[in-house]
Ligand binder design. Structure first.
Ligand SMILES: [Zn+2]
Length: 173
């Protein structure tokens, strides 16, 4: 399957500090182009030739035994997790914050109420997925996963999308 639109692989790479393991840019190996930030990894089919190995992680291992044909459960778009009302994380429940001039100003996140609704991470196959990664995965075309998949670690979810595959680590609990 070919991806219908060009994916922004860079969005899945690690920003900022370059670690000894190279994750700040996509790379090609064995007909796949990989991108990872150490928590999420995606790969898309490519006709590009293998690049030079310059310290990239062994991302191929993440997809061992993965069968995209068995992915039959859609990764729902939209955000369906419960929201809970909690002490506003922006103003710590004070209802106000200080602006750059040191003036007290009403907190815009909670409208001065001190309480805010926050999105709780939802679970996929019993694994809690950070909202950031949930959204990134939702941005991929036609994402599906399998409830029966057996990834290399039990904190990982693997998924298939049009033109590619991915894996994401769940939140620590
Ligand atoms: Zn607030």
């Amino acid at each position: 399957m070919e991806a219908t639109t060009e994916l922004n692989l860079q969005a899945f790479c690690r920003f900022g500090k370059v670690l000894s393991v190279k994750m700040d840019a996509p790379w090609v190996i064995g007909g796949w182009e990989y991108a990872t930030d150490g928590v999420i990894c995606i790969r898309i089919l490519t006709t590009k030739a293998d690049g030079e190995k310059t310290g990239q992680p062994d991302a191929e291992a993440l997809f061992k035994g993965f069968d995209p044909e068995k992915c039959d459960t859609p990764w729902l778009s939209g955000f369906v997790s419960d929201e809970i009302k909690t002490c506003c994380p922006q103003c710590d429940g004070d209802g106000y914050v200080y602006d750059v001039d040191g003036e007290q100003t009403r907190c815009i996140m909670c409208a001065g109420l001190g309480m805010a609704y926050v999105e709780m991470p939802r679970r996929i196959n019993g694994i809690k997925i950070a909202n950031l990664y949930d959204r990134l995965i939702q941005s991929l075309p036609g994402v599906q996963f399998s409830r029966a998949d057996k990834p290399p670690t039990n904190k990982m979810i693997r998924f298939a999308f049009l033109g590619g595959q991915g894996a994401v680590m769940g939140l620590q609990e």
